[in-house]
Write a new protein. Structure first.
Length: 254
């Protein structure tokens, strides 16, 4: 029938139950206090007993008219003690039940994990004309220990989802009109690159690449590679006091 106000939570109601260890006695102790015997439904050997006639109850004391035996099965349901009357059952709340802007950042921050960021602390030489993995050796953070900063320099998240992946490198002393390129690799193959071009001056080239990549979470991994064609080996700059050469990723969704 219609009503005014918030919808009652009765559809979420369940009742507390107590199982007894029986013996040849008429006296038992309830887990929860009651006003009288009408606030519990008592079952002996799966047959419901009549309040007042078969038993009485007050506070936490339960008294039977006839003693039980050790082989009897006895339990009660607390009719006056409804539990979990506010929280809906698991999986019962959908998007339509959520108010706009009701979910706070604190409740959604886990979505962005695993996440990491690592830097190259010293310069690394990049050979002319070949793609070279950048060895990011120092972590700024690594929420789930998913980045290896000492052996293979790769991010293996172990949680499936879409990841925002980024890398930046600063190439030093690149000859005029020559390239400094940064690649994002997935499972050993390039997923794309960004090309920086020297145009005179000091010849330093900064190159940034960002990618959104699906990772299956079990074996997929990502790495960053660099390439330059200046005619001889060139360095990418180490971070020093600034995060100049950096590699990172974080989860953005399923």
């Amino acid at each position: 029938m219609p009503f005014i106000g918030n919808q009652p939570a009765l559809s979420y109601t369940s009742f507390a139950k107590q199982d007894f260890t029986t013996s040849a006695t008429t006296s038992y102790t309830l887990d929860n206090p009651v006003t009288n015997e009408n606030e519990i439904a008592l079952f002996i050997n799966f047959v419901r007993q009549e309040p007042t006639t078969a038993y009485t109850a007050s506070g936490t004391s339960l008294t039977l008219t006839s003693a039980t035996s050790a082989s009897d099965d006895m339990y009660c349901v607390f009719l006056g003690k409804a539990v979990q009357t506010v929280n809906p059952p698991s999986g019962s709340v959908g998007t339509a039940q959520l108010a706009n802007d009701a979910v706070t950042k604190a409740k959604t921050s886990a979505l962005m994990y695993p996440a990491f960021e690592a830097v190259r602390t010293s310069s690394q030489s990049i050979s002319n004309g070949s793609q070279t993995k950048i060895q990011f050796d120092t972590e700024n953070f690594d929420t789930d220990s998913a980045y290896d900063n000492s052996t293979n320099y790769r991010f293996t998240p172990l949680v499936a989802g879409k990841y925002f992946v980024y890398s930046y490198a600063r190439f030093l002393s690149i000859a005029d009109t020559k390239q400094g390129i940064v690649y994002i690799y997935k499972n050993g193959s390039s997923t794309g690159f960004v090309n920086g071009m020297s145009s005179g001056g000091n010849g330093h080239v900064g190159t940034l690449i960002t990618k959104i990549i699906d990772l299956n979470g079990s074996t997929d991994y990502v790495e960053a590679f660099a390439y330059q064609d200046s005619g001889s080996s060139k360095d990418i700059q180490g971070s020093g006091s600034e995060d100049i050469t950096v590699f990172g990723a974080y989860r953005i969704g399923d």
